[in-house]
Design a protein around this ligand. Sequence first.
Ligand SMILES: O=P(O)(O)OC[C@H]1O[C@](O)(COP(=O)(O)O)[C@@H](O)[C@@H]1O
Ligand SMILES: [Mg+2]
Ligand SMILES: [Mg+2]
Length: 345
Amino acid sequence: MQARTLDAYLNTFTSHRDPVRIQIAAVIRAFADAALQVRKSVNEGALGAAFAEERSSNNAGGDTQKDLDVYADNRFIDAARRAGVGHYASEELANPVELSQQGKLAVAIDPLDGSSNIDTNVSIGTIFSILPRLEAVGDTFSQPGRNQLAAGFFIYGPQLALALTKLNGTRIYVFSSRLGTFVEAYPSIAIPRLSTEFAVNASNYRHWDEAIRLYVDDCLAGTDGPRDRDFNMRWIASLVADAYRILIRGGVFLYPRDNRKGYSQGRLRLVYEANPMALLMEQAGGHATDGLTSILDLVPTDLHQRTPLVFGSRKEVEKIKRYHGEPSAIGNRHPLFGNRGLFRA
Ligand SMILES: O=P(O)(O)OC[C@H]1O[C@](O)(COP(=O)(O)O)[C@@H](O)[C@@H]1O
Ligand SMILES: [Mg+2]
Ligand SMILES: [Mg+2]
C-alpha cells in the first residue's frame, strides 16, 4: 500500500469545503514549506551564512537569540502571511501582530525551539499553535489551550518530521527526500499509559519543590523504593526532541518551577510551547499539566508567560499530580509511604 502524503491528508480534511478547515490546511502547507527552508539552514550549521544579516541581540523573553531564531521567525511569519493568517504571535516578537484583517485564524509559534542546541548538532524544532482569531489581538492570545484548532511541531533531527493534530488524533509525517514531500509515518499515535522513563534536568534538583524531589527520588530508587520498578532517564534539553520520543515510546517530561531567579514558573512558555505540546499529547492519549492543573485549562494573562510543565504517559502524569496534591502524605512519607507506599506503582 502506498503511504499517504501530508498533501493527500489535507485534501481529505478539506473535502467538505469548510472554510476554517481550508485555512488550517493552507497554514500547514505554508509551514511545511517554511520548515524545509529552515531545515536547509539548520543543516549548514556553523557554515551557514544565509541568516547572518538577520541578527538581533535579545528576544522577548530575555534569552540570547541565535541568528537562526530570527531567520526561522521570518520564514514562518512570511508563511503565515501567505496563508492568510489574521494574528501572529512569536517567541521572537515582543507583541503579537495583525497580518490580515480578514484572516479567521491565529498562530502562536516558537520558531526555533532548543536554540541552545544549535551549535552542538542536537535536534531542534518549530512549535506552533493554531487558534481562532478574535477581534482584538490581545484577546486572541488570551484564549486557553482548549480553544486550539490544531497544533504541531517540526523537528529538525536525523529525520525532518512533523507531529500534527487537528483534533482528530496525533499523526507523524516524515519528510521523504526521495518523494520530495512529507509522508505519513505514524497515522495514529497512542502514548503508552504507563511508563518507566522520565525526562528532567536533574541538575536543578536542589532548587525544586519537595513534590518533584520526592517523585524523582522514588523513580531513582527503582525496585528498592515505593515504585517497585526501575526507571530510565533521558534529558535532551530540546523540548521537541523529548516530546517526539514520548510520542513514539511513552515516558514523562518535567520542567517544574524552581527556586532559581526567573524560574518561579519553570522555563517553558504557555502559549507557544506548553499549549501545542499539551494538545498533541492529549490527542495521542497522554496528558499535560502544570503539576496539578491541565495545561489546556490555563488562561494566559501574558503572551510570554511561563508555566511549569509535565506531560506524557497519562498514568504517570496523574501520579505526579498526586505528589503535588498531597503535601501531608509527602511530609509523613518515610514512615507511612515507604515500602507500604501510597505511591507504590
Ligand atoms: O537548558 P534547560 O534549562 O535544561 O532547558 C531546556 C529547555 O529549554 C528549551 O530550549 C526552551 O526553548 P527555546 O530554545 O525556544 O528557548 C527547551 O527546548 C528545553 O526543553
Ligand atoms: Mg522553545
Ligand atoms: Mg525558541
